[in-house]
Design a protein. Structure first.
Length: 262
């Protein structure tokens, strides 16, 4: 059985800067893995390469949702999403002037196959599928504890709630691999503790593989089975939280930042 994701010698240059350099990452199906590193280490660039925001300068990305590896390097974001890679963003990206419910409905509808004509004519096939979409949207909002906010505008949610809504939207695309970019950013310790439990629960119940960028070390160390550490675009360490936490290269990389957190 192939790993669900195999990143091989992935490199991305911006002008003279190697933002990501010969990165190798392997994710087995069902794993919950952390990607950490100081500011500017290249973490979000890795996500942008995995989701087609940028093509790699070189290297390969094999995604195997059904055991058969297929290259997704350089593919368009929409195609990668349809293949089964969902993500959230460090800078929250919601339709802020739409309701919470509509934000999820739109994400769900990306996977719907009814024709434009049936939707225009409101045919029974469209109505049935619309009912299904609304039910799934409500289920996802309940799961993310946002059902009581369904008809609020997304812009009126708290920061933590907006992050929950982003996860609901990512789940709505029916991913096999979920990439979470700083899901706890801006949350208070109680919200972070709740989110930590929720991420584990989602992984189990949606049979997902999760790759997580996070600066909150308590979250990363408590739920990730393995961690990759990037610095200046290079993987400087990888292994269990215990191995990474005690790796002198990791401690050195974080010196000058909040190293004592690691
Ligand atoms: N589109 C771009 N054009 C030019 N440089 C870029 C671009 N995107 C990222 N970079 C540079 O690549 C390097 C890695 O950035 P990236 O955002 O991936 O780091 P990061 O580890 O996610 O940082 P942070 O933890 O601060 O979010 C940085 O030096 C950044 O300025």
């Amino acid at each position: 059985m192939s790993p669900i994701l195999e990143v091989k010698d992935l490199t991305r240059n911006f002008g003279g800067l190697a933002a990501v350099s010969n990165v190798n990452i392997t994710l087995e199906e069902g794993e919950l893995i952390g990607l950490i590193g100081p500011n500017g280490a290249g973490k979000t660039t890795v996500f942008n390469l995995l989701t087609g925001v940028y093509p790699p300068s070189s290297g390969e990305i094999d995604f195997s949702p059904d055991g058969e590896p297929a290259s997704i390097a350089g593919k368009k974001p929409y195609d990668i999403c349809r293949a089964g890679v969902g993500r959230t963003f460090q800078n929250i990206r919601l339709f802020k002037d739409l309701t919470v419910l509509d934000n999820v409905v739109i994400a769900l509808e990306q996977n719907q196959t009814y024709s434009l004509l049936s939707s225009f004519l409101h045919l029974p096939s469209w109505a049935a599928s619309r009912e299904e979409v609304l039910k799934s949207a409500r289920d996802l909002l309940r799961l993310m504890r946002l059902d009581h906010k369904s008809f609020d505008l997304a812009r009126n949610l708290s920061y933590g709630e907006q992050r929950h809504l982003e996860i609901a939207r990512a789940l709505a695309t029916n991913p096999r691999l979920l990439l979470l970019d700083e899901p706890a950013a801006g949350m208070n310790p109680a919200e972070t503790a709740g989110l930590t439990k929720l991420i584990s629960w989602i992984r189990e119940n949606y049979h997902l593989t999760i790759l997580l960028i996070e600066h909150d070390m308590s979250l990363v160390m408590s739920i990730c089975e393995r961690i990759y550490v990037l610095d200046h675009g290079i993987v400087i360490s990888s292994g269990t939280p215990d191995v990474v936490r005690h790796d002198p290269r990791v401690i050195t990389a974080y010196l000058g930042q909040e190293a004592s957190d690691v």
